[in-house]
Ligand binder design. Structure first.
Ligand SMILES: C=C1C[C@]23C[C@@]1(O)CC[C@H]2[C@@]12CC[C@H](O)[C@@](C)(C(=O)O1)[C@H]2[C@@H]3C(=O)O
Ligand SMILES: O=C(O)CCC(=O)C(=O)O
Ligand SMILES: [Fe+2]
Length: 366
């Protein structure tokens, strides 16, 4: 387990004895066994203080979901010959980024077949026994599960993920032969997603008059990453978070979600469900674009609500610059101090460790 301040834990689950670094279960005789597969993380067993019956509180009580949905944009118009349609498409992208911070794209250039292959590989690696996934030697220690720092249900994410820096994917020694098909598909998808993210970032930067200064245009293969998310079905409480409300700490994120649903984003102080569209990818603005644009583009809070009946899968590509890149604002007077991406990531890590959640951009206000 990727753990902050945890101990060595041994638990018995489905007749297997698991040994790993984790939070010590308080009294797991009294803990309800909720996760049902050998491959699923032992959320309730290891976080028994959070998952006791009496804690079945509602994280998002009586909440009404907004009716509208993030704009759907046809990127085919960017490649077409009609200049008017191209300009209209660029305008739709920039308008969605400042009004919504979220949009959906169709005709995005990433084939259905590639996305389907990736989904098949993704399901296969999550089916591997938990004990193997959690071992630090497994796939270069990029496995994450639950929220090691959580002290309450509101801070806990009922999910597991593999987070691969893009640069590592092409290094064959990070993947044993067992995972060569995973590596091949991920490499293709990472390239396709990088290209799409680059096109979108360029449009957004040029719209603000970017003419080659102060924009960390060279995204870095070591900091951009592909994150494979799995949200096991959650029978503890239907109101558990699959992923707690957060903004992304990057320039922008491209997301492929499955048909289950559960992603919600904030719009005008209301949660709006981003309904699955099998043809669309979801794009959301991250903190760095909000900072760089001096609050013109919006990095919007989003969350995943766990599902009590079915497992959910998603794939996210995070566009990030190198750690040394300076995220200065493109406009004066600037709302934020200049900071490097490295400083930003460190601060997020410190805040998550100390408070269970990130503070984000407001840490860097002038
Ligand atoms: C506990 C947290 C880590 C995280 C920010 C958060 O407050 C909630 C979500 C986490 C997440 C998930 C996706 C990305 O890996 C990430 C970088 C992000 O933007 O949100 C992480 C955050 C993190 O580790 O910084
Ligand atoms: O799974 C999803 O729909 C959202 C994932 C997400 O927000 C993230 O990985 O940062
Ligand atoms: Fe996110």
């Amino acid at each position: 387990m990727h753990a902050y301040g945890c101990g060595l834990v041994q638990i018995k689950k489905n007749r297997h004895l698991f040994t790993f670094f984790g939070q010590l279960p308080q009294s797991y005789a009294a803990v309800q066994l909720v996760s049902s597969h050998e491959s699923d993380p032992p959320f309730t067993e290891c976080f028994s203080a959070i998952f006791s019956e009496s804690r079945k509180i509602q994280n998002h009580e009586d909440e009404g979901l907004g009716e509208s949905e993030p704009p759907l944009i046809d990127l085919g118009n960017l490649r077409g010959k009609n200049e008017k349609e191209r300009q209209a498409c660029i305008e739709a992208i920039t308008k969605a980024s400042l009004q919504w911070g979220f949009f959906q794209v169709v005709n995005h250039g990433i084939s259905h077949e590639l996305l389907a292959q990736m989904r098949r590989e993704q399901k296969k690696i999550f089916e591997i026994p938990f004990e193997k996934k959690v071992n630090s030697r497994f796939l270069n220690d990029c496995y994450r599960w639950g929220t090691p720092t959580a002290t309450s249900l509101e801070q806990f994410s009922w999910s597991e993920a593999f987070q691969f820096p893009i640069g590592n994917i092409s290094e064959e020694d990070c993947f044993s032969r067992e995972f060569s098909s995973l590596r091949e598909v991920m490499e293709k998808l990472a390239n396709a997603m990088s290209e799409l993210a680059g096109i979108l970032a360029k449009i957004l930067a040029e719209n603000l008059g970017y003419r080659g200064h102060n924009f960390p245009e060279n995204s870095s293969k070591n900091t951009c990453f592909l994150r494979l998310n799995h949200y096991p079905k959650c029978t503890f409480s239907p109101k558990t978070f699959g992923l707690t409300p957060h903004t992304d700490s990057d320039f922008l994120t491209i997301l492929h979600q499955d048909e289950v649903g559960g992603l919600h984003m904030m719009k005008d102080f209301k949660w709006v469900a981003v309904k699955p569209n099998p043809n669309a990818l979801i794009v959301n603005i991250g903190d760095l674009f909000q900072g760089w644009s001096n609050d013109i583009y919006k990095s919007v809070i989003h969350k995943v609500v766990a599902n009590e009946n079915v497992d959910r899968y998603s794939i996210a590509y995070f566009l990030c610059p190198s750690y040394e890149s300076m995220i200065g604002s493109c406009k004066e007077p600037s709302v934020y101090k200049n900071f490097t991406f490295g400083e930003y990531r460190n601060q997020v890590e410190i805040d998550v460790k100390e408070n269970g959640q990130k503070v984000g951009l407001s840490r860097f206000l002038r």
